[in-house]
Design a protein around this ligand. Structure first.
Ligand code: FAD
Ligand code: NAD
Length: 478
């Protein structure tokens, strides 16, 4: 095994924080020969989040949608350093990142600093709880692999505990009530997967729970999936009703205890009422909040004083008020929704820009050399030859410098809603096609297979789909 070469002092150090959609699509397209590239992330793999809801019930195994970052970085032309660590502070004035090894095994050194000349922040977002008491203690989120594993175990724990000998009827009812808070795509896709799990597997394996297993989706707004067109919202609500998933709209959760949630709902007469809803499993999917690292960075930059939802960036993804700092994905606010689609387009655009910047510097250095050469060239003929070369290079420089601002191309929204149905709002030419149903589900499957990170991931996901349809999902609790 070759040792990694030391950083090249003639190149700038580009530090990339995170290994999610934004950072990895940047690293995929970046010509790493131009910079000393350092990646810092506590997660040493890329996670294909669109299929994460399927891991909560075992339709797909989590490792099938993970791609080790080491595996992918070793294929880059120039070596990239990766540190498995959390960035705990960006010290903008000193141009250093404080990093901390958060893993179970720690060496003599577990926190240190990484200096940077250029910085890309792609740390994503945290789960929003809006400070509602009890959410962190009793609810389960759905963002990371560990979350999906916890949910999968909790579902089985609830089922096994509900069928414990002499269990009381009230407790059986509570334990088999699966509550999902948040009617965005995360909550809807999870509720759909859960109902599938019940219909195709749980019912067969544990007939005792057949009549008592219930899924409820709680949403504060008047409808679920607000980013989809009206007809798809109606279609989703109708499908859920048929699947016996109860949707409670205009219902806002205000408090969470270990056994029930307290929710305020608005009745048809406009009157508000608070009720206690007992649950066995509570999945909390109410969107994004700032990571502490980002909140602290915002405080350091006066131009960011009004940033609430993330780092305000300009059309070149430069963090406003900073030099040589860019932000991509869910931690950046560029007037787009916090989606994988946006993050990956931002990352890819930034890679192109960095590649162009390096080319620009190269040409500018060549031009400098040529102008010296021109002055010292012996005779008119030699000077003219250099002059022609300079003109050519200047033309190339103009071409290279022509990189327009980042522009997002929306390709559409897709969501799985259970019982082999999906909804899709697809941008087509200058219009929009809204479709829902089984054909859309086939489209959803092929689109996500296409988008998987690697061929290895694609094959593993297809094998998982085949496995779960032939043998059923695995109900063991580990
Ligand atoms: P992330 O992908 O979240 O990556 C953040 C990275 O930063 C991670 O590697 C993390 O470990 C790292 N990190 C965190 N803190 C630190 C730190 N302090 N220092 C260094 N590194 C740090 N979007 C779609 O467009 N289509 C979908 O179908 C879709 N489905 C989704 C399903 C689920 C269940 C979820 C949760 C999200 C889904 N999304 C989808 C949204 C999409 O996943 C996010 O918008 C996307 O992940 C944002 O990319 P990102 O790079 O900003 O952040
Ligand atoms: P979201 O922000 O889209 O939805 C959260 C929902 O929770 C909102 O509708 C909100 O009204 C509701 N809510 C908030 N507080 C509540 C409370 N106290 N009680 C009841 N309801 C409450 O969040 P998400 O679904 O996690 O999605 C996050 C981002 O990831 C979005 O940009 C989304 O588009 C993207 N995503 C996309 C897909 C997809 O395209 N298939 C899947 C998952 C996530």
């Amino acid at each position: 095994v070759e040792d990694q070469p030391p950083p090249d002092p003639s190149k700038k150090t580009l530090v990339v924080l995170g290994t999610g959609w934004g950072s990895v699509s940047l690293l995929k397209k970046l010509d790493t020969e131009n910079y000393n590239v350092v990646v810092v992330s506590p997660r040493n793999y890329f996670l294909f989040t669109p299929l994460l809801p399927s891991c909560t019930v075992g339709t797909i195994e989590h490792r099938s949608i993970m791609e080790p970052i080491r595996n992918f970085l070793r294929h880059k032309k120039a070596s990239v350093r990766y540190y498995e660590a959390e960035a705990t502070k960006i010290d903008y004035e000193r141009r250093v990142i404080l990093i901390n090894d958060d893993s179970d095994i720690k060496g003599d050194v577990s926190s240190t600093e990484v200096p940077f000349d250029m910085l890309v922040i792609g740390v994503g977002a945290e789960n929003a709880t809006f400070g509602i008491p009890g959410v962190r203690e009793h609810g389960l989120f759905l963002k990371e692999v560990g979350d999906a594993q916890r949910i999968r175990n909790r579902i089985m724990d609830c089922c096994e505990t509900a069928t414990f000998k002499d269990q009381t009827p009230d407790e059986v009812q509570r334990l088999l009530h699966m509550v999902v808070v948040g009617g965005g795509p995360t909550g809807v896709e999870f509720a759909g997967e859960l109902q599938d799990f019940f219909n195709s597997d749980l019912k067969k394996w544990i007939p005792d729970i057949k009549e008592k297993f219930r899924v409820t989706l709680v949403e504060a707004l008047p409808n679920v999936l607000p980013m989809f067109s009206k007809q798809l919202i109606d279609y989703t609500e109708k499908t859920f009703k048929e699947e016996t998933i109860t949707i409670r709209t205009k219902t806002m959760v205000k408090n969470v205890t270990d056994k029930y949630i307290e929710a305020e709902s608005t009745g048809p007469d406009g009157k508000k009422q608070v009720e206690k809803i007992p649950y066995g499993l509570l999945v909390w999917a109410t969107g994004n909040a700032l990571r502490p690292l980002v909140a602290d960075f915002i405080k350091q930059i006066p131009a960011q004083k009004d940033s609430r939802r993330g780092l305000a960036v300009n059309e070149y993804l430069v963090v406003k008020g900073c030099e040589n700092v860019w932000a991509v994905g869910d931690c950046a606010v560029a007037n787009y929704a916090p989606t994988a689609q946006v993050a990956s387009q931002e990352g890819a655009w930034l890679a192109r820009m960095f590649n162009q910047m390096a080319k620009t510097h190269e040409i500018e250095a060549e031009l400098k050399e040529l102008s010296v050469k021109q002055e010292t060239a012996p005779g008119k003929e030699a000077r003219d030859a250099v002059f022609t070369e300079i003109k050519e290079l200047q033309k190339r420089l103009r071409r290279v410098k022509q990189i327009g601002p980042f522009e997002y191309t929306h390709q559409g929204s897709l969501a799985y809603i259970g019982s082999e149905k999906a909804v899709a709002d697809i941008s087509w030419l200058s219009g929009n096609i809204a479709s829902g149903g089984t054909l859309t589900y086939i489209f959803w499957k092929s689109a996500y297979i296409n988008m998987c990170f690697s061929t290895r991931n694609r094959i593993l996901v297809c094998i998982d789909w085949a496995k779960s349809s032939i043998f059923g999902r695995d109900v063991s609790r580990v």
